[in-house]
Design a protein around this ligand. Structure first.
Ligand SMILES: *Cc1c(COP(=O)(O)O)cnc(C)c1O
Length: 395
């Protein structure tokens, strides 16, 4: 077998309306093809500094410790937990879906004594539940919670929870992988101590980096550690030296991925955060009107605008619908996870994917496929309902 028997790389052009990655603007893809330079080249250091200011803007923070970690969103999760937790520390983790479950797993691996505060999948965590958890575990150092639970589409309010966490003397750690750049998130105003995200959801950059920010209080806790951070690669005290004045070599930065993030963040800044959030909201309202006109029911009580999770109708084959969307229309949507396996669709409208064109296309395609499969629906009603929203009426 010779290497030439392997076909040339030729990925199809898709419309990415799943839980991530989202569609990547060509400006961002082109940025990745720029010449690779050294990770200590003065021009690369300038790119890092400007990336950091853009990240502060999008996180809405003045935090000195604001970096892009190598790896996907999960690397951001591990960075935050590994740096804040020492073996034996108590951590409250809020669990109402896949990503809270994952955070509890990571915390346990870092040696934390984990106390779970749970809510049913699709629900948000109520402040009273956190209050109770903190009263039962007064030694809690860190409370971890997911802002946008991508597995269920639940949109978690944070302001009241932040107050309770700080009253108890703990630090607040927030997963903003799906919310950053799409949903309102205010790290400083909401007193979030540690926050991480990923590039491939609402920032519309390929997967590969994890923006992370630590408040002064959170970084003080890192500096006050008695033991070394269990992960050499994710140790923020060393990473901070590479991003800071001294520029001490730690790892070879993923240079071309950084170009992509730089360009993606410039696009976010050009659009403006409020305009971007408003765009996500409008397209969500139109999609929702269309889905509900097809009698599809939303799962979460408080839905995210950028991740729309609905029940698969009774008698409809989940996988067959997703296969037809992909093969006939080139549209990817997400399947259900955990208790929703085979029973939910997750339609992402993230970043560059959140457009009137995509909303119209996915509604039309779904209506055609569901109609073919014998679902009782009023053909044309979905697009009419979405059209009303765009026309300014809404329902
Ligand atoms: C996608 C996601 C992650 C994990 O990110 P990866 O890039 O897949 O590693 C973590 N948390 C939430 C809420 C996510 O949506």
């Amino acid at each position: 077998m010779t290497t030439t028997s392997v076909p040339p790389l030729d990925p199809p052009l898709r419309v990415l309306l799943g839980p991530g990655p989202s569609d990547v603007p060509s400006r961002v893809l082109q940025a990745m093809a720029a010449p690779t330079i050294g990770h200590l080249d003065p021009e690369y250091l300038r790119i890092m500094d400007d990336t950091r200011s853009l990240l502060r803007q999008v996180f809405r923070t003045d935090n000195e410790i604001t970096v892009a970690m190598p790896g996907t969103g999960s690397s951001g999760m591990e960075t935050c937990v590994a740096n804040l937790i020492e073996p034996g520390h108590e951590m409250v983790v809020c669990v109402n879906g896949v990503f809270g479950t994952r955070m509890a797993d990571v915390a346990g691996r870092c040696g934390a004594t984990v106390h779970r505060v749970e809510a049913p999948w699709g629900e948000v965590i109520e402040p009273e539940a956190i209050e109770k958890g903190l009263a039962e575990h007064p030694g809690t150092r860190v409370v971890g919670i997911v802002h946008a639970e991508t597995s269920t589409g639940a949109h978690q309010p944070l302001v009241e929870i932040s107050r309770l966490v700080h009253e108890a003397g703990a630090l607040l750690l927030v997963d903003a992988v799906t919310s950053l750049g799409g949903v309102e998130l205010k790290v400083d105003d909401w007193t979030i101590d540690a926050c991480y995200s990923g590039t491939q959801k609402c920032l519309s950059c390929p997967p590969g980096l994890a923006p992370v920010t630590f408040s002064p209080a959170a970084f003080d806790a890192v500096r006050a550690r008695k033991s070394k951070v269990q992960s050499w690669y994710l140790d923020l005290s060393m990473i901070a030296q590479y991003w800071g004045e001294s520029r001490v070599y730690h790892h070879t930065a993923p240079v071309n991925m950084s170009y992509a993030l730089y360009e993606a963040l410039r696009i976010v800044a050009e659009e403006g955060q409020e305009a971007r959030e408003a765009r996500h909201l409008l397209n969500h309202r139109a999609l929702r009107a269309g889905l509900e006109a097809m009698s599809l029911r939303y799962i979460p009580s408080r839905s995210l605008p950028n991740l729309n999770a609905v029940h698969v109708p009774e008698g409809i084959d989940d996988a067959a619908v997703r296969r037809r969307l992909l093969t006939e229309y080139g549209i990817e949507i997400g399947a259900g996870l955990g208790p929703f396996k085979g029973r939910a669709w997750r339609i992402g409208l993230m970043g560059h994917s959140s457009t009137q064109r995509n909303v119209t296309m996915v509604l039309a395609a779904l209506e055609t496929i569901l109609g073919d499969l014998g679902a009782s629906l009023d053909r044309g009603a979905a697009l009419a309902a979405a059209g009303d929203v765009y026309a300014g009426g809404g329902r």
